[in-house]
Design a protein around this ligand. Structure first.
Ligand code: UT7
Length: 320
């Protein structure tokens, strides 16, 4: 049994922040951001929360899959920016979409989170535990960004993407995933916790810290490696893959990965120019965009690959 994608959905906040607007906050400019990252604008949550965006994306996916929320057995949400520590986002989504027959939990693997949630869902389906699974990536990166740090605040955006998986016989399904905790210091989101028994005060904010060049090198190395690992497992050649849906972090990372893989850049869908890096949401938002544009045909072979904090990187090879 494998989980086939029956429907996709996405949600991004209404508020758009252009590169020029960021130039009023930090010492940067539109030309630098476009040239070094490919990003032109991003969507930033004002009223929207991580669980609200997740529920909106889920509704779209359910609608496209033409199934009722009561048919969902499991809700998995990949996020590193939940609204609250508990209840988890998945339970908030369950409430919002009235998926009364489901169980839900969150999973945090930063930007690799959607892939690891997707693989977890496939494992549940393969084990015969659940038949219909809603997998969501949702992040409000604007909440954890240091808006005075030009090296990071230009990169990220907010949003959510969702897929519905339904157990079916057959279908390609190969997975690979890795972590390198020892290298994790290059990309962190730390919060400084209060000791309120000593000195009651508000919790300090969480800020993202990143060594951009080290993360860049890690991404350019790890993505082609995981693609090679998947192709080896599936005994396929890169030429047989229709599209490579990579985590949308930086256009130059995607171009460098494409070069190393030896595949033309036209097979690497991109939308980071519109949304920036939406962390766990980037791959399902892109998948939804391609799907709704009618660019994916049944039987297409896809590789999805993500990388990020942890360090972690993961990929799946599937048939649309
Ligand atoms: O989900 C995973 C998350 N993270 C990533 O994927 C990030 C991976 N890394 C990157 O995308 C790139 O490393 C960045 C886009 C973050 C930075 O690009 P870079 O080409 O590696 O730039 P750099 O860090 O080597 O900096 C070059 C120069 C520096 O100035 P000096 O020292 O040469 O005078 C920076 O201070 O560019 C400066 N700089 C900026 N200038 C204008 C850094 N950020 C900015 C900025 N605007 N926003």
């Amino acid at each position: 049994m494998t989980g086939r994608i029956l429907g996709t959905g996405a949600y991004v906040p209404a508020r758009i922040v252009e590169n020029q607007e960021l130039a009023k906050l930090v010492d940067t400019n539109d030309a630098w951001i476009r040239e070094r990252t490919g990003i032109a604008r991003r969507h930033v949550a004002e009223e929207e929360t991580t669980s609200y965006m997740a529920a909106q994306a889920a509704r779209e996916a359910l609608c496209q899959a033409e199934i009722s929320s009561e048919e969902v057995d499991l809700i998995l949400v990949a996020t590193s920016t939940p609204d609250t520590i508990f209840p988890c986002v998945a339970c908030e989504v369950q409430k919002a979409i009235k998926a009364a027959n489901s169980v839900g939990f969150d999973l945090n693997a930063a930007c690799s989170g959607f892939l690891l949630a997707y693989q977890t869902a496939q494992a549940y389906i393969q084990a015969g535990l659940y038949k219909t699974i809603l997998v969501i990536g949702s992040d409000s990166m604007s909440h954890v960004i240091d808006w005075t740090d030009r090296g990071t605040c230009i990169l990220f955006g907010d949003g959510a993407g969702a897929v519905i998986l339904r157990a079916e016989e057959g279908g390609l399904c190969f997975h690979a995933a890795h972590s390198d905790g020892a290298g994790g210091g290059v990309l962190t989101g730390r919060s400084r916790h209060r000791k309120d028994w000593e000195e009651p005060k508000h919790m300090e904010e969480t800020f993202l810290h990143m060594d951009g060049q080290r993360v860049f090198k890690f991404a350019v190395r790890s993505v082609p490696e995981i693609v090679e690992e998947l192709l080896k497992q599936a005994q396929m050649k890169q030429e047989e893959i229709d599209y490579f849906f990579l985590h949308q972090a930086n256009k130059r990372i995607i171009e460098a990965a494409a070069k190393r893989i030896g595949a033309e850049i036209s097979r690497f869908p991109m939308n980071l120019q519109e949304y920036g890096n939406t962390s766990a949401a980037s791959i399902p938002i892109l998948l939804d965009e391609w799907n709704r544009k009618g660019l994916l045909k049944r039987g297409n072979k896809l590789i999805l690959a993500g990388f990020g904090a942890g360090l972690s990187w993961a990929g799946s090879l599937l048939e649309w």
